[in-house]
Design a protein around this ligand. Structure first.
Ligand code: SF4
Length: 360
């Protein structure tokens, strides 16, 4: 159990709403980065549509896994949720409050509630600071703790994340990659956040360490009543930790579903391809499943393909795919997909999608 440091303000546990209530609601979220030309007089010649209309809801105490290849917009989405990036359009509602365009000043108290775990445990920790001052920094920044209480609170946090509290005065270079990520997680927990956005939390770690860190995140979720958005390029990383999984491609959400439904019956051809690449150790479980190798690279978000953005790489593509954008349609309970010809879908799926797209 972590003790709370002596505080200059009342440090009562803050209610985060009953389990199952919407904690984070994202709708129509967009981030377009302008592309400019000209050395002296700059003029905009285009925009990189890094995120281009993304919707999802994360319920209290649950985990959304956001998955996709590099450049699909998942990290940009995470950075907009934590307001490290200003959205171009759309809405972010946290605990019923619209935080889409709140000022940095107004965001400051909210930083206690919304924290981020970064991908690279090597570069995200200041090498000149001791572990004690790194993990204790949020208490000082938010002015919520007296000096006397910080050390005890930090040592308790180190204990909770599986590190030796006696290592309080050591420096980051004295720890392994997995231990450094644990230090980053301890720092994130310091202010008892409600929502943590974890951006590729294990991708920089050895495979043997990845499961330990994922298990730690799961344990902490129960102990601290945390809600997570976990970003990963690999569906296998988020499988065991996510209640809901969103698959992104070129700035769009192409499939969003409950964990069980998505892994047992992926409907979007892109998700099917990603899942086919996940290694299955037991050949009898793998069955006749063949690996689907996608042709070509992800197109540039500066000039994405029209209509279904995946049509240049999809083995099921037909003419309509390059002409009409498929809308997100809930084809199974709690499971939506944006595809004219989904896999593993109910018999009337194509009609329902065509109707929603206005072409039936
Ligand atoms: Fe493939 Fe067409 Fe579905 Fe796009 S809409 S994923 S191109 S089948």
């Amino acid at each position: 159990m972590v003790t709370t440091p002596d505080t200059t303000v009342v440090e009562e546990p803050r209610p985060s709403g009953p389990e199952g209530d919407a904690l984070l609601e994202v709708s129509g979220l967009r981030k377009h980065f302008p592309v400019t030309r000209g050395a002296v007089v700059k003029r905009q010649v285009g925009a990189v549509k890094a995120v281009d209309g993304v919707d999802f809801t994360v319920r209290t105490g649950q985990t959304l896994g956001l998955v996709g290849e590099s450049g699909c917009g998942k990290t940009t989405t995470g950075r907009m949720i934590t307001r490290l990036l200003e959205p171009t359009d759309g809405r972010i509602v946290f605990q019923g409050r619209d935080i889409t365009h709140v000022s940095q000043g107004a965001m400051r108290p909210l930083r206690r509630d919304i924290q981020m775990i970064f991908q690279d445990p090597y570069s995200s920790l200041n090498p000149r600071k001791t572990v004690g001052s790194i993990v204790g920094a949020p208490f000082h920044l938010q002015k919520v703790a007296t000096e006397a209480g910080v050390k005890k609170a930090v040592q308790d946090l180190l204990d909770v994340v599986g590190l030796n509290p006696e290592h309080y005065n050591r420096y980051p270079h004295e720890f392994s990659g997995g231990q450094r990520q644990r230090i980053g997680i301890a720092r994130t927990l310091a202010l008892r956040p409600k929502l943590i956005v974890a951006d590729e939390p294990v991708s920089a770690l050895d495979v043997s360490i990845q499961a330990q860190v994922v298990n730690l995140l799961e344990d902490l979720q129960d102990e601290f009543d945390l809600t997570y958005v976990v970003i990963a390029h690999d569906l296998s990383v988020v499988r065991h930790i996510s209640d809901q999984v969103g698959v992104m491609y070129l700035g769009k959400m192409v499939e969003l579903g409950d964990n069980e439904s998505l892994y047992s019956g992926p409907m979007h051809p892109y998700t099917v391809a990603l899942l086919s690449a996940v290694p299955v150790p037991d050949p009898s479980v793998r069955g006749g499943r063949e690996r689907i190798r996608l042709q070509g690279d992800v197109p540039s978000p500066l000039n994405p393909p029209p209509a279904c953005r995946f049509h240049t790489r999809c083995w099921k593509a037909q003419e309509v795919c390059g002409q009409v954008e498929p809308p997100m349609v809930e084809l199974r309970p709690g499971h939506q997909v944006a595809c004219h010809f989904p896999e593993n879908a109910p018999a009337d799926a194509e009609n329902r999608v065509a109707k929603a797209a206005g072409i039936a």
